[in-house]
Ligand binder design. Structure first.
Ligand SMILES: NC(=O)c1ccc[n+]([C@@H]2O[C@H](COP(=O)([O-])OP(=O)(O)OC[C@H]3O[C@@H](n4cnc5c(N)ncnc54)[C@H](O)[C@@H]3O)[C@@H](O)[C@H]2O)c1
Ligand SMILES: [Zn+2]
Length: 355
């Protein structure tokens, strides 16, 4: 990841956890591993093998997005204070995006910022959330409302961790991989078309290649635009619709990646591209076992949620549209009637029972 003097390596491969020596990456002798009650028991011991001779402290948080709060960050900070951790402490995140976001934010806050290492264990975290330096937590007033940019010193991606990841979570991560191909790299998209079966079978070599290319694409967008003024916004392809789906259904009903999958299909329909390109995207999303249409929440629910989406400026929505497979742009010019037809696919709101 190229960010001048804050550049850092992303190491990807199988059988890294426990064999890759992280010692040289530690700022000092002390480190705190932040994980959760699901991932910790499976991988913590293996991670300790990567920290030979170190006094490794660990904190296991409860599992789930609902724990991504300031008070959880508070509990990590309390632990660091209790350990009398100094400025040369390293915080390691071992888990999915939730753990990475929380641990990264704690690392950003403690003593105005200590060193941070990401060991992402979900596909989504490996191809998306561990790259780019965004950290933070939710607030009752909004998702990811509180946070900071804090770049890790290293990202260690062991593809073997995906073997224990629930299939549904794995497929959700594939949505972001497909997104990276669709917005930035036609050759990678074509490679995904040819290798989706291997990926679904969690073939280590195919996984490493898909993760590496995904990280490169995300890193390139971030390096160009670290604080999201322009091009980084293209990473939101499918996300205006996805957020509306998540919002209308209630967060947690569909996984984020599932909503992104349907959202990408909707954004492709709004784009002025060939039928052939639309078909290719639809086929690839289907091959990854992901939804190609929104759930039946009703067009009004989606429209209302979209108006609330933060990308809306001056009343008109902005969408990331495709120019073709492998190329995207941001626009607020789109045919209103086509948007209406796309939203109509969400059917009509299910009638509420009258009690
Ligand atoms: N910082 C960013 O740039 C960024 C980008 C995208 C998403 N995010 C954030 O990421 C979060 C979602 O991350 P996620 O999809 O990884 O969800 P998650 O962290 O909740 O992980 C999903 C589930 O899988 C479990 N799990 C993780 N790794 C496992 C493994 N190897 N084996 C078995 N179980 C495992 C977790 O305990 C959890 O139950 C959201 O909070 C989102 O806001 C951040
Ligand atoms: Zn996303």
């Amino acid at each position: 990841m190229e960010l001048g003097d804050r550049s850092y390596p992303i190491v990807i491969g199988s059988n890294l956890l426990g064999s890759y020596d992280l010692s040289r990456q530690l700022a000092g002798p002390h480190c705190l591993v932040v994980s959760n009650e699901t991932v910790g028991p499976i991988y913590l011991e293996r991670l300790q093998g990567s920290l030979p001779g170190r006094n490794v402290e660990a904190i296991l948080l409860k599992d789930g997005e609902s724990w991504k709060t300031l008070s959880t960050v508070g509990s990590i900070l309390d632990r660091l204070v209790a350990l009398r951790a100094g400025r040369d402490t390293t915080v390691l995140a071992l888990g999915g995006g939730v753990i990475g976001d929380i641990a990264g934010f704690a690392a950003a806050c403690y003593m105005r910022g200590v060193s941070f290492i990401q060991v992402p264990t979900t596909l989504l975290a490996q191809v998306d959330s561990s790259v780019g330096g965004k950290t933070g937590v939710n607030h009752p007033g909004g998702k990811n409302l509180i946070g900071a940019f804090h770049q890790p010193r290293l990202v260690l991606i062991d593809t073997d961790t995906l073997q224990t990841l629930p299939d549904r979570e794995f497929r959700a991560g594939l949505a972001e991989v497909i997104k990276h191909g669709a917005i930035a790299d036609a050759a990678f998209f074509a490679w995904l078309e040819g290798n989706m079966t291997r990926l679904m079978a969690k073939d280590p070599e195919a996984l490493a290649k898909a993760i590496r290319r995904s990280c490169e694409i995300k890193a390139a967008f971030v390096a160009e635009d670290e604080t999201e003024q322009g091009r980084r916004a293209l990473l939101n392809f499918g996300h205006t619709f996805a957020h509306a789906i998540e919002n209308s259904l209630g967060y947690g009903e569909w996984l984020h990646g599932e909503a992104v999958a349907a959202g990408m299909i909707m954004a492709a329909e709004l784009s002025d591209i060939s039928h052939a390109d639309r078909d290719r995207l639809q086929r690839l999303v289907k091959a990854a076992g992901l939804p190609v249409a929104p759930p039946p929440v009703g067009p009004d629910a989606l429209r209302t949620s979209m108006q609330l989406d933060k990308k809306g400026k001056a009343g008109r929505l902005r969408f990331v549209l495709l120019e073709g497979i492998g190329s995207a742009y941001l626009s607020n010019e789109y045919p209103e009637n086509r948007l209406r037809d796309i939203l109509d696919q969400a059917g009509h709101a299910m009638p509420r029972p009258v009690l």
